[in-house]
Design a protein around this ligand. Sequence first.
Ligand SMILES: *[C@@H]1O[C@H](CO)[C@@H](O)[C@H](O)[C@H]1NC(C)=O
Ligand SMILES: *[C@@H]1O[C@H](CO)[C@@H](O)[C@H](O)[C@H]1NC(C)=O
Ligand SMILES: *[C@@H]1O[C@H](CO)[C@@H](O)[C@H](O)[C@H]1NC(C)=O
Ligand SMILES: *[C@@H]1O[C@H](CO)[C@@H](O)[C@H](O)[C@H]1NC(C)=O
Ligand SMILES: *[C@@H]1O[C@H](CO)[C@@H](O)[C@H](O)[C@H]1NC(C)=O
Ligand SMILES: *[C@@H]1O[C@H](CO)[C@@H](O)[C@H](O)[C@H]1NC(C)=O
Ligand SMILES: *[C@@H]1O[C@H](CO)[C@@H](O)[C@H](O)[C@H]1NC(C)=O
Ligand SMILES: *[C@@H]1O[C@H](CO)[C@@H](O)[C@H](O)[C@H]1NC(C)=O
Ligand SMILES: *[C@@H]1O[C@H](CO)[C@@H](O)[C@H](O)[C@H]1NC(C)=O
Length: 570
Amino acid sequence: MKDRLRRNDIGSWGRLFWCTILVVCACVFFSGSITFSAFRFFFGEQFHPVLGSTWQPSIMEAIGYESPVSVRETVMLPDQVLVFLKYLSPAQLFSKDDVRCVYSSGDDDTSSQPLLKEPPMRIDVEDFDNPIVRCPIPPRGSTLSLDLKSGKNIPVGPTIHRWDSVAYESLIDRDNTTVVFVKGLNLRPERLSNASRFECVFGWDFRSTKFLLRTPVLSISQEIVRCKTPLSVLSGPPTLDNHIKASVRVKGGQTIRSIARLVRRSDPDPPVRKEHVMCICTMLRNQARFFREWIMYHAQIGVQRWFIYDNNSDDDIEDVIKLLLSYSNYNITRHIWPWIKTQESGFAHCALRARDTCEWVGFIDVDEFFHVPTGLTIHDVIENFSTNSTIGELRASCHSFGPSGLKQVPTQGVMVGYTCRQAAPERHKSIVRPEALNSTLINVVHHFHLKGGFEFLNLDIRTMVINHYKYQVWDVFKEKFYRRVATYVADWQETQNVGSKDRAPGLGTRAVEPPDWSTRFCEVNDTGLRDRVLENYTDPETLFLPWQAINNPGEETMKARRIGRRKEDK
Ligand SMILES: *[C@@H]1O[C@H](CO)[C@@H](O)[C@H](O)[C@H]1NC(C)=O
Ligand SMILES: *[C@@H]1O[C@H](CO)[C@@H](O)[C@H](O)[C@H]1NC(C)=O
Ligand SMILES: *[C@@H]1O[C@H](CO)[C@@H](O)[C@H](O)[C@H]1NC(C)=O
Ligand SMILES: *[C@@H]1O[C@H](CO)[C@@H](O)[C@H](O)[C@H]1NC(C)=O
Ligand SMILES: *[C@@H]1O[C@H](CO)[C@@H](O)[C@H](O)[C@H]1NC(C)=O
Ligand SMILES: *[C@@H]1O[C@H](CO)[C@@H](O)[C@H](O)[C@H]1NC(C)=O
Ligand SMILES: *[C@@H]1O[C@H](CO)[C@@H](O)[C@H](O)[C@H]1NC(C)=O
Ligand SMILES: *[C@@H]1O[C@H](CO)[C@@H](O)[C@H](O)[C@H]1NC(C)=O
Ligand SMILES: *[C@@H]1O[C@H](CO)[C@@H](O)[C@H](O)[C@H]1NC(C)=O
């Protein structure tokens, strides 16, 4: 009796299974955008079919069946909604003026009334594969959609992911494993977690369990999970990656939602000789002000490539980058990294991207400058250690500079302007050989765990240090302070019901300059880098430093904004 029941079960499962496959294939062929290898994706491995009543539309969605512009994913941050779009052709790319965020009452499309239309806070459309429209947080109870100038209205949702529980990036590594960056597992920091408690999940749609492939977790730490990649994904065409997302779950638990489409980055065979000796990974937010000086100086001392991880800047950093590129062929790329409290993941992601082309990668901030007191280049310093194949990381001490008596932003830049610092180095920053990184990619306050057999080396301060312009004139410091507090106030709870613009009222008046600010943090006069810069980089005719000679469009914006804020304060 029991046996028969079970066989019946199996029979009906079998039928469901084949029905499912048939319908899926029909869809796939109908749309024409996934080919034969999609078959293998379905047939190749054990997968876990659950027949649902709503899968057809979602497959259509995944394949981009109907619309030239559609919403791929939506993620709610504390202070904005990220709407990731999908274009079928670059012809549809639009500018900020061509789109409006529309807030409507009710969930029902037919009866909803537009309450409010606002321009987006910003749009990022430079990356054709990943265009983003950033809308203000919807008022409670309203639904969001986008109006295009063409008259078309694009619905957003129904699923809006929470920023704190989502798989947000993934890439297939050189060894065919997949690295998934995920929030919401809340693992213990700085250490490996027990991989056998988790599994990786690959598929199109994580709202239910249909068509998901599961694979073992190879290592898991922080927000970084290394997964075995399903064979059918590896052997499929690269176009398939674009449709498949990765995520993670605790065994027996819910799969974390995912927007992490697979990206195949790495050369399978690492080149013998890397294109660059020295690259920099940095994460920034609204630091366009320092950017010219930082790039131009570091280019002079031997940095060849910059990977910029932009954490929601709204100070037109992309214009500053364009300006720099029009000036010289600096190799700078900007990667949008809107994720919150993810510095470690960002660095790991960057290290993987840099590994094929960079011998060494420095991880520093935009207010930090390498200083080689001997006047040599970073290459000279590094070459000294490159021949020793056990050295995987060089650590440079950071000196923290104070306002150095200044009251005004120094016109010649921070390196010339700020010359008084605290006596003791505060910490170190690392230059790592990405080939030496431990496959777990664990990193803690700017240094990575290395593979067995590699060691780090502390650089003598006479060989190389980092000048960190940490406490600048009050106007600059206040900006940093203002943002930090603004972020802190606009937390998840409060932004739920935000439609209003004054999210942090009165902040400007609270940030009052201490009378002795300009003389604080000053224990030692240190003009080493200033002297070097004036001697080596001053144009003999104009007496300008290179970064003074090109115009910065961001500056006007910053100035206008500061004036605007001062008016608001009154
Ligand atoms: C990765 O997968 C591809 C496709 O299956 C295969 O050709 C290649 O040999 C694999 N590489 C490694 C390092 O396993
Ligand atoms: C890891 O988790 C598995 C399954 O939960 C358990 O059997 C194993 O003992 C754990 N290992 C360690 C080192 O904690
Ligand atoms: C920048 O570097 C990458 C490799 O990291 C290389 O492929 C690309 O051609 C370079 N671009 C420029 C403008 O030099
Ligand atoms: C990015 O900026 C947000 C504020 O929007 C901040 O909360 C977050 O911690 C920053 N992320 C990183 C990685 O610094
Ligand atoms: C290279 O190393 C040697 C020995 O450690 C040292 O004397 C020399 O100054 C170093 N050169 C540079 C450019 O740092
Ligand atoms: C390489 O560096 C390590 C660590 O600093 C040191 O112990 C070792 O002696 C060096 N080897 C050579 C050949 O210089
Ligand atoms: C990476 O680090 C872990 C512990 O953090 C260690 O067990 C493992 O052996 C390291 N991997 C390699 C390749 O050295
Ligand atoms: C730094 O130099 C200035 C002028 O040369 C001098 O007035 C000041 O006392 C010095 N500060 C320190 C901390 O040595
Ligand atoms: C900077 O000046 C020093 C000393 O005059 C000189 O040795 C060095 O070559 C110069 N470096 C550059 C990059 O111009």
